[in-house]
Design a protein around this ligand. Sequence first.
Ligand SMILES: Cc1ncc(COP(=O)(O)O)c(C=O)c1O
Length: 420
Amino acid sequence: MPGPGMDLIGEEEIQEVMEVLRGGYLFRYGISLGADVDPRFKGKVYQVEREIAEYCGLRHAVAVNSGTSALLTALAGLGIGPGDEVIVQGYTFIASLSSIVYSRAIPVLAEVDRTFNLDPDDVKKKITPRTRAIMAVHMMGNPARLNELRAIADERGLLLIEDCCQAFGATYHGRPVGSIGHAGAFSFNVYKTITSGDGGMVVTDDEQVYTRCFAFHDQGHSPLRTGVEIGKRPFIGLDFRFTELQAAVLIAQFRKLPQILTHLRTNKRRYKEILSDIPGLEFREITDPQGECATMLTVILPNETVARRIAHDLGTKVAADAGWHVYSNMEQILEQRTITPEKCPFTCSPYTSRGGEMRYAKGMLPRTDELLARSLNISIGVSDPGLSSAFGVTMKDGLDVVEERATRFRQVALQHLNAR
Ligand SMILES: Cc1ncc(COP(=O)(O)O)c(C=O)c1O
């Protein structure tokens, strides 16, 4: 199964969905739109927005239909648009970059460090007069160096967006991810900690950002479509609405989060212990070991040859070969393949008139390339070929399977490390 939440779909989700179906209201507003509320309308979308905002310790959340929409909505909510640059890492899912391009802003690629997340030193080097924001992606369930990134943002007058799509449930020194930047975006697709099939959520503490996010995700409407609409819509919006059925599943999944995290953390701890004394094998740096989701375990080998041999024998790939998550494998970004031939926003005047010129190329992030070529992602609860985490365990596996898989990994690693 792709992710831990999906492995636990059961009676609780069925009950929640049946409640919605029996009531007959599938749309987030019911149909009465402000008239007397029919008790059969359960308001699940609103409920899950409130639950997740509260969990994040923030005032606002807007549920949307995917993590990609959540990022796009967050960017719109923060007012990022033509001519702006957003600094983002080169090791991330394509949606981090595509959401910036569809905001008509420019992704500026930066290196990751041994956290496999944004390197604050490289971020500083990539700042230009056009920079509006930093997008920190919490890859594979682990928070980025948020203290450093928030400090850079505050010092330089930039916005910090957290792409938490792979990290729902992670905390950073006690605070849930998504609550440290100016806005955070979650995904609930099937590879994520909890799932509603597809789905997403934007979180923010800022009232104005919330109002803008709400408007963007629902045709320019004010929050919950309350108040007089005509004449008051702040801008042209779209439709990225979540449905009552998806929200029902997400509510049941959210209740399972503590159970999921406990299970993953126990399994990861044991897996790591079994590999911990292998000379030459190192682990990814974790910024807050108490707060990680523990969906994956990432190991770093001394060189690419050894890493490739181990991956080959275990039927998996090195992180660099994960087609969906590495900039150098994203031909649509490298060649700026936009939907029309003039290649806006890269070539259009809001950017070029400010002196902007963007070229992407394989090899432009040498430290990221080098690190990913000698690293392997092991599944602890997220088995995603797009992250090359084919080898490992799933949410359904107990410590016996962990022992067996980790022992196999250990044997193969020792064999190739000793043969160096
Ligand atoms: C880091 C990251 N950002 C954004 C997304 C987009 O989420 P979705 O697939 O729900 O659109 C994903 C999903 O895989 C992701 O991993």
